[in-house]
Design a protein around this ligand. Structure first.
Ligand code: THU
Length: 169
């Protein structure tokens, strides 16, 4: 038996310690929470995605009476950016959440499906995306979604041969 230890690095900042550009992106994500359509969860999420050309694309969660038909803020922003600017790499993603009349004290963290989509975008444009997770008390800064998605499944996983190709079960 061997053991694999997986570590991830997260830098934790006070909002005031961030750069002007980072604060501005976070503020856009915070503003975006107010445009969420969240009549079921009342949990309003905003995402702001800075592209390499300086454009900021924003998105909010869009819910549906048939719950799984809704979409998270992160994917709303990312898919719009990829549709409108297919040749421009996304570089920084800021996320904020607002519920019960206030922004979350602890930072909001993207769901598994959004992590998978962010990974696809990093791979598509061959560069990491810095992720800023906003909380009223502190802001987490992560250099790549890989830190939030260890042992990930990606395009190259489809090509790698697994033991099941050779063994009859
Ligand atoms: N949600 C997001 O938009 N982003 C996340 O990272 C977590 C969850 C949304 C989905 C749903 O509309 C609501 O928050 C409650 O889960």
């Amino acid at each position: 038996m061997k053991e694999l230890e997986i570590t991830a690095k997260v830098d934790i900042y006070n909002y005031d310690e961030l750069s002007i550009a980072e604060k501005s992106l976070i503020n856009k994500a915070k503003e975006e929470t107010q445009k969420a359509y969240a009549p079921y969860s009342h949990f309003r999420v905003g995402a702001a995605l800075l592209l390499k050309n300086g454009v900021v694309v924003t998105g909010s969660n869009q819910e549906n009476a048939a719950y799984p038909s809704g979409l998270c803020a992160e994917r709303t922003a990312i898919f719009y950016a990829n549709a409108q600017y297919p040749d421009i790499a996304p570089e920084v993603l800021a996320i904020a959440a607002f519920t019960n009349g206030t922004f979350l004290k602890d930072c909001v963290s993207p769901c598994g499906a959004c992590r998978q989509v962010i990974l696809e975008v990093e791979n598509r444009y061959k560069q990491p995306i810095t992720i800023l997770l906003y909380g009223e008390d502190e802001v987490y800064k992560i250099k790549s979604i890989r830190d939030l998605l260890p042992l990930c499944f990606e395009q190259k996983s489809l090509q790698s041969q697994t033991i099941f190709d050779h063994q009859s079960i």
